[in-house]
Ligand binder design. Sequence first.
Ligand code: CP
Length: 314
Amino acid sequence: MSEQLDDAGKLQHLLTLEGMPRSMLETLLKRADALVEHAHGGNEMRDALAGKAICTLFFEASTRTRCSFGLAVQRLGADLLNFDASTASTTKGETDTDTLKTLEAMGVHGFIVRHKTDGAVAALARAAIPGTVLINAGDGRSNHPTQGLLDMLTLQQAKGPDFSAMKVLIVGDVKHSRVARSDLHALHALGAGEVRVCGPAPLLPDVASLHGCIVGDDLDALLDGVDAVMMLRLQRERMVEGLVPSLEDYHRDFGLTTARLRRAAPDAIVMHPGPMNRGIEITDEVADGPQSRVLQQVANGVAVRMAVLETLLG
Ligand code: CP
C-alpha cells in the first residue's frame, strides 16, 4: 500500500502487513518484546510521546484494540482523545474526512481508526495533512495489522524466533476475517514453515489468497502435529446468510475441544483474537486451559501498540 511508506521507505502510517518487509516486521516485534515490561505499569516511558495528541477514532465496536491502544497512548505520555461515533456529529451526517480534518485542526497528531468499510483507513491517510499518522485498528474484512503483530509476538514468545520451524493452523471464518488476513501476511513474510487453513468451504476465501497454505475442511486431519492453533470468531451473521448450517453443526465440525487438541503437538498453543464464542468455535476447557495463550495475546496488545505508536510518532 503506497501511502504506508514515505519516499525513503520509512513507515509513515500503519495500514496493512501486506508487503511489509520482513526486516520491518522483525524490528517492530523486537521493540514490542522489549516494551512488554513497560506495558503494564511504570513511568519510564511517559516522556516518549509527551505533547502529542492521539485520537482513537472507532466507528465499530471494540474492547481489546481500543482499550489497549488507549493504555499504550497513556503509557507513552501522549494526550488521549476518545472519539465516540455514537454521540459525534457523524450522526448528523458529517463525513469521515471532515471529522478527521476537524480533529487535525485541534492539533491531533495521530489517529487510530476502526471502520466497517474496507480501505476506509487508507482513504483517510490520503486525505490527512502531511505528518498526521493513521493507524489501522481494523477495516472491514481487509486488515488488522496490530492484531497480526501481537499474534506473531505471542507465537514467538511460545515457540522461539524461528518461524521456519513452526506449523500453524488457522481455523474458522477465514473469508470474512481481517485478523486471518493480517496473520497470513505476517506468517508468510516471517517464513513460517507450514501454514494450514481449515474451515467450511463457504467461509474460505479464494484460492489465490491462500497461496502457499495447506487448505481443507477436515479439522481433525489438519490439527495433526501443529505447533499453534489460531481459532477465529464465527461471525454469527453468517448464520443468517446461510453460510453455516447451524451452531451445533459448526461446533461439531470446527469447534476446538480438548479431545481434538490432543492431535496437535503436545506443547501446541491455542490462540484466539477475541471476542470468543465459547461453546461454538472453542470450548471453555480449551479457552481457559493450560495451552491457551488468549490472555497473553491481550497483554501483548499493549506492548505491540506502544511499539507501533513510538515508531510512527516518536
Ligand atoms: N481482537 C479484536 O480486535 O478485539 P476487539 O474487537 O475487542 O478490539
